[in-house]
Design a binder for this molecule. Sequence first.
Ligand SMILES: [Zn+2]
Length: 622
Amino acid sequence: MKIMTAKIAAVFIVIVLAIGAIVVQNNYFSTSAPAHLVLLLPDNADAQSPKVQVWLDAIEEEGFLVTVMHDSAFLHPWTNRSKFSGVILPDQVHKVASDSLITTLDDYVTKGGKLMLVYDAGIWSLESRYTSNFSRFSHLAGVNYAHYNKLQKETISWQPVLASEKTFSTLRIPPGKYHPYGELAVKKSPRIDYVKVQDDKLYSISGYEHMLINYDIYATDYKYSGEVLMQSPKGDVIAGKRSHGKGTVLYVNLSLGYLKGRTDGLFLHSFLHYFANHIVQLPYLAAVPDGVGGIVMNWHLDSNVAFRPLKRIRDLGIYKQGPYSIHITAGPDSLFIGDQAGLNVPENKRSQKWIKYFKEKGYQVGSHGGWIHDRFGEYVKDKPTEEFERYLVKNKQALEKVLAQPITEYSAPKGNHPEWVTSWLAKNKINSYYFTGNTGMSPTRSYRNGVLNNPEVWSFPILPYRDMAGFEELRNHKIKSTVVSRWLTQASEFSADTNTLRLIYFHPRGALFYKSAIRDWLAMADVLQSQKRFRWYTMTEISKFLTSRNKIKWDFEAEKKLHTFTANHTDSMNSFAWMLSRSIYNKPVITEGNARITLSNNHWSIIAGKGKKLIFTSTTIN
Ligand SMILES: [Zn+2]
């Protein structure tokens, strides 16, 4: 009997240690101070699936630390949930939720936790069915939603998002992506019991070639107990923030992960950053060198029509700044085979001279398709063909011959970029491309049809102005120079203020329509550069930086008020920067390695110098 008891005791101890190990792993931090985000998954969810990875990639790109946790670990009686500073319940993967998960999350928030509740998370019972009247998370969300029994097919509707200018700005939505709703809506939906937001002027979202973007949302009741961030024209709550007990719930009625999977990732990244940095107040690793924001100015040279404007824009002082990303279609033809309207890089001395000039200036020359601009842009198909692959190869080789260096960046003629081209870029060590999807975003790894095939290649989404991009389009829509000037200067200020990067593209010919706007833009860039808050970047520089950034291993430990940050990199930590909120942290101290500390946009920037290891500490203010 005694032996048996000992055996049972031994087994028991092993089990305790095993569970203890899980708990310790989940409770890495010893105080309730800011730590990792927790991405909560149901027990049967595979963390490697694209629907989960799309969240993890976004969190990594935004620079936050995250722990993936399954429900059973979160619900375990020995798990000390008060140590998790922020929990995310993602869309797509967490539709099913048990009653005990809902009760436990309620308890977690009541005691001071922060919860980000997204779209369809938890709308189904364990039997994968809608529950009786509305989502069981409604009391946490702050509004009743997912009324399937009552609304059936109308449970979800297709609507624009409305918010105040202040909200869009707080969500770090860049200028050009949102405009007064009245200007965008051709036919306004009737306003039923309109829920008032912070101010009377409502703005909405547009995108390249889309005047007003609609989204799938759950119909909600119109009464919300908290701060409405976004609503539909009818008054459905699309996003809101509210206190619940001692904690906070951010409810987002948009399928964020799904949208990012289909090249509309701006809201996933915006809400994620808002939750992690604004609500949970976590530190993050900036996605730009030295934490200094900027713009990629991307020129497309499609044909020999570009020669004269290339010369004439010199008067704007444009060649005094840079570096820029300049992309060229290199074949002898431009519109169709035999038209001889191309830049003809192999033969034309004028083209070669410009390319060498750009190289001397430190600008980055890239491939614009395609060899024959319009033929490529109009006829390239979803599947690779010998003809179009040949055009890509010839374009690249012609430019490389003149440059005497490899081509590392790419843009698609007419924005036509089938996914096989991305695979071709990856195979040819081209690390970045201009993209007309995910508009308004920082560089990102773009998912297509829900999957990411080429994680090594960075896409650079364009920043559109309303439904337009490129100065010719703005001119065709009769957009005034003063308006363009405001957009360009605000975009530069936005990049500086948010420590992020955006891409603006145009053709030199279009620049001649907006000379004064470009002068204003360059002047603003000059001012911001002199304040060391802004830089012109090339796609190549940023994509190399971001790929290297993914190799950083960093974490932090909290001992009461003292937080110790440790970072390691296999090559060099140079230019990576951590951002710590000034309202949370006292001035950090470097304890090992090489770094400098500056104050930027209410954050301490800890900017690493050379070296493979960096340790710094900071005490929290409260
Ligand atoms: Zn083009």
